[in-house]
Design a protein around this ligand. Sequence first.
Ligand SMILES: *Cc1c(COP(=O)(O)O)cnc(C)c1O
Length: 621
Amino acid sequence: MKNFGLQLWGDDNFVIEDDTININYASKPSLLQLTQEIRAKGHRGPILLRFPHLIKKQISTLFTTFEKAKKEINYQGGFHAVFPLKVNQFPNFINALMDVSKEYNYGLEAGSKAELIIAMTKTPLGAPITINGFKDKEMISLCFIAAKMGHNITITIEGLAELETIIEVNNTINKGVKTPVSPKIGVRIRLHSSGIGIWAKSGGYSSKFGLTSTELLVAYEMLTKNNLLQQFWMIHFHIGSQMSDIVPLKKALREAGNIYAELKKRGADALGAINIGGGLAVEYSQHASNVDRNYSLMEFANDVVYLMQEIAKSKGVSEPDIFTESGRFIAASHSVLIAPVLELFSQEYHEQGLRLKEVNPPLIQELYELYHALKRQNAREYLHDALDHMESLLTLFDLGYIDLEDRSNTEILVNLIIKKSIFLLKDEGSNELMKLQNRIQEKYLVNFSTFQSLPDFWGLSQQFPIVPLDKLDIKPSNPATIWDITCDSDGEIGFNRELPLYLHDIDITKEEYFLAFFLTGAYQEVLGMQHNLFTHPTEAVISFDESGEYHIENLIDAENLMNVLDDLNYDTNELDKILKQRIEDATAISSEEKRELLGKLYLYLSENSYLKTIQTQNENI
Ligand SMILES: *Cc1c(COP(=O)(O)O)cnc(C)c1O
């Protein structure tokens, strides 16, 4: 894997220069430099960096690509987009998103009351707000309140019962009012076609959402009867996230386009928009053999406008405005999680670990000599000899002929021989060598939680690009497995022979080594769970000024231990009192020691759950 697959997933956002991976923008700071600067302020554990310039890039790419596609065929409808809040609701993200998107009249999509409050407060008046998902009377009333504030808000009806509630709310909230104001109304349609991939459940006939053709006709009649037809202006569908293939989208567009045209011909005069939901895929793969997506944004945009124009033409109706609700595409690239490696777990397989005796069993002596005489020309033969000797030595141990030290020497020497042979024979790439790699994989213990920071890896086996922050001028040689610090065996990103990750061989007691996890900006943060009570990591926003210099802003430290417990509704005053009392009452310690221990305890309580690296521990002791 050259450059850790950067050319596949990187989208020119990062660049490897000399030995570090840098932001490919303005003054091009390295991720290492940013990390060290934040750590110098005393922050430890994993750090999530946000890059608003990457949010801006995604939004402007989306808009300019659709404008280009429209221009090419002289498409008459407009193009609009909203950000679906469920993808990332964190304020440091949303504030940056709204800030960089001002020129695009970009809005927000909400699927719950709390999200609606974010949309009502963060969307500028006039920019679109769309409301999807199941709603009760209160939520619908909130939509009316938003409309009365002057918001350009569309409620998407997911079922007929919801429409009944909208009619009911409209009749009460606008009763006797001089200028009645209601939100615009959209209808989610239930498509025959469905998406593909692990997130495909949002579309298709058995999906949770949307009206069938029969229900659509009933809805149309209900809207007409209750004087709401002039509010009905949008058709909505969403066929699922991370669409790897564009074919299902084309099918859905044909279905939705024809439904739009049919309803218009029936008399839905205000109808003028098709909302195609989200689903634009992000390329997460570090391996050319395993790419996630078979289309470009340009192809996607061309397909959308072309199909809509074709249908509008053939049915003699106006070309609809197009709305997208792409979330993953907008948010994924904006954040990078950086986590320190705490330990390498095959350190014991270093030559220093050998406990050779004055006189060793002959087979061990031979292993030692094989290791030192290993060359490219003899590597395969010596490797086979070593594996053979190992079998014999393990049998000798079982039979009581050699001791534990001999067994340990055997393990170390054979691992060293396998590692060196793989390195010497790496150009041959034979099956046998590949298999042996599994055996010598190095376990990297990394100061983060997969459950908190990469929940889709845990739940859906979604891969995220992983790159070390430095040493990128050196070819990494260790087949790597990553262990997080939860005590759950699922918290492991195992070495995969088909999609291998190699990392550097380092001595963590002498130097720091950090791993960066990319494309973590969509879904991961809010889906992340506090398994083992590891919290959302420390985060910071990296912005650039006109001169190209970077600034580290809005640093938010990960929650401290007491706040975490407070969130679980523990009475932290009580916990505090008990801890204090236990120290006070302890009989084995002097009063001077008690004071000292209390001081330490309070310091620890003010810190977060993540581990400290060896160096910092020394600083504190
Ligand atoms: C989740 C969701 C989206 C966002 O999908 P992405 O794949 O993140 O672009 C858009 N619209 C609706 C209705 C959704 O539920």
